[in-house]
Design a protein around this ligand. Sequence first.
Ligand SMILES: [Cu+2]
Length: 474
Amino acid sequence: MQRRPFLAAGTGGLLVAAVAPFDARAAENGVLERTIHAAPYAFSPSANASFSTLAYNGSIPGPLLRVVRGGKVRVNFRNDAGRPGTIHWHGFILPNDMDGVPGITQAAVPNGGSFQYAFNAEPAGTRWYHDHDGAGDVRGLFGAFVVDEPHEEHADKEFVVVLHDVADMKSFRAAMQGRSDAPMTDPMDSAEMLAMRPGDAMNDEVAYLAHCINGRSYPSGAPLSVNVGDRVRLRILNANPTETRYLRLAGHRLTVTHTDGNRLEVPVAVDALRLGVAERLDAWFEVRKPGAWLLQTLLSTPTAYQQAVLVATPGMEQSSPMGVSSMLDGIESFTYLGAGGRAAALPPYRADRTAHYILDKDPHVPGRWTMNGKSWPHVPPLLVKRGDKVEITFENRSDMEHPMHLHGHRFALVSTNGTPFARPLLKDTALVAPWKGTMTWRFVADAYPGTWLMHCHNAVHMMGGMMTEVRYVA
Ligand SMILES: [Cu+2]
């Protein structure tokens, strides 16, 4: 009998179907062999727009990679992008020398060069891959990567939804120097806008020339075709290099089951998703009647309509779709606390290593971003021994949020802004709120030994120095 466990979230129930243990036989013959070729590309998200940029295999996003958990991944990376490059496998737990960080885990692959990536696909979930050398990913060098759990609950339809925007590289460079004049485009009543204070200089925003879902600007792009009765799974990735995104599906609530590809203990139903840079959410909905609805991000810009895709039942593709308001007022958005639930206190934890990072911008050098007052490569690495229990806290003194990312591990997000969670979220990237926002991670250093980057995934902040290492020592 078909179970409908995700729907239980709306009524506060528990997940009905347990995940069956991993069946090694299912992955026995799972081998993913691909060539990923980085090269210049004329990107055309709609009929009247074309941008000279970079892409993997002639598409933005790059090809969707998919393999069953435990399967072997062999990627032949060929670089003809006209610049050095590497591929980072975001959210994967893999040997350090496969992590794709130039100058740390491998030499950058020069233009005309190649590199073989080989690792086992672990863990299951919605993951992605992107360039990690300079602003290659900002230009378009990224793609989604789904690692399937063999016995996960069945979806009638499943769509990968990649949010991305074409950056105005001139404004990107200006933002890097702290002298951009690009406006904020978050919803007017979003946490991002509400964090603005009088006199706050908006000199680190990037301007975006086109807004896309799966490489198309609405109304270009094929509808997501669904049938009445379908339970639909969306695997959503925010590949925008600097901006948090809010996403809604008109006429529907969305039930979030996974954060960064990792299953929530209890799914949570919301009106709007919120994804920081590089975050992923898996969200489900059920099609209850024929119709046409927009799946759309919320932006306060005249071109906001572009970041949408039609979801339609057969025969409804031409009808005028239901849309959404660009305001967040009165609706329920996804939050870490909403998914994790409030606890009275954190469970005791005997950390072998603790680290506290104050995130800020350098008051003296425009465009320089700091961790404990220092910028990459001068932030001291966090040294851990294999097996150490680690606790990391962040405190954000700046006026912008920071999507902090740890390579090669998953951490438990156990509290934000002083509130401990009843059910910690398993993640690889999480947003620290501005103006004294705080966040605590816990994890065991039981990944592959090596040097793992930990950095803000906002490309402007990362390239401006908000980056350090978690380094395994003997
Ligand atoms: Cu940041």
